[in-house]
Ligand binder design. Sequence first.
Ligand code: PLP
Length: 381
Amino acid sequence: MDIEDTLLMIPGPVKVAPRVLRAMSRPMISHRSGDFSAIYSDCCALLKPFFETANDVVVMTGSGTVGMDAAVASTIGHDDKIVTISNGKFGERFTEIGERYGRAIPVKFDWGTPFDLDKVEAAVEDGAKAVAMVHNETSVGLTNPAKEVGEIARKHDALFIVDGISSIGGNDFQTDEWGIDIAITGSQKALAVPPGLAVVAVSKRAEERFLSQSRSYYADLRAHLKSARKSQAQTPFTPAVSLFFALQEALHMAEEEGFAARRARTAQQAESVRVAAKALGIELFPKVNQHSHYSNTVTAMKMPQGVSDDKLRGGMKKRGVVVSGGQDLIKGKIFRIGTMGMCSSGDILRTIQTLELILAQEGKIASCGAGVEAASRVLYK
Ligand code: PLP
């Protein structure tokens, strides 16, 4: 299959618009020039509405994880407690990072099940300096209750660190309203830029509680903020300049569409995938409740009984559509469709149509069409 004709429907990296790809082919500039500073400042100004924040934003070179690393390394000392909540792979990553720098207090839930907020509060009230959680748990397609955990963090005077990597710009995400002290995203998700940049929004409260020296030399938020605040905004180390070109172009595209319109479109697209799944008899993987919702950026579905991962995802790939599988302990048990950034209605219909072909081939549905029809009813209502 020709790579240029392959449809990437995974929850990041996502499809990148030709306009953004072209921006990356611009000639190189000095990262210590006024031209670079203007691009960096423009990006920061446009990132604020993405994060719904008035806080300062820094862009770091590295994948989303460098933002998670920076948040913990800059705030958690050897003896500091950090409550790390997990119900999937990326929550567990926060525990690993917390253990690396300080005293992690993991609050674990089964993958794909909602947080028990009483358990979270019991852990936080025991003197935690910070609480860290993932808003949109990509591995299981579940959106976790950031607002409610933020209230617990405030009540017990703990910093609130949120991985919004597969959320910001796609799901509803209100940094300031929810009291998030450090919010993180990655370029390859709803921003629709290639991988390689992490964006971090930092509150004044977080800055006041920074360690006198970050535990990481590179992932040092104080250093990144100091450089970004120079009269000519800079980064402390050489940034991935071409990715900044891409980020600026992608943010202008989001601004043209409208940030709220982008989020509403993303929500509608995820809903179309969910109704298509229902029409095809496919069960969604996560469990939801009044605080935890199906993700609007990635839909995780149970693998239909008797259909192997190889048959389903392998068959779709052969037909030019790439979707994700399950990770770690749910490998082979689920598959996931990402719908964020520049995903179009046509992309979704092609994906559902290809899924139907495989299901029909495997004897799971008698004929094709019900999924596409259900999805298009949502997409074109
Ligand atoms: N957190 C979440 C919720 C993610 O979805 C991902 C990537 O898929 C990460 C963290 C890790 O980001 P990266 O692979 O960019 O380091």
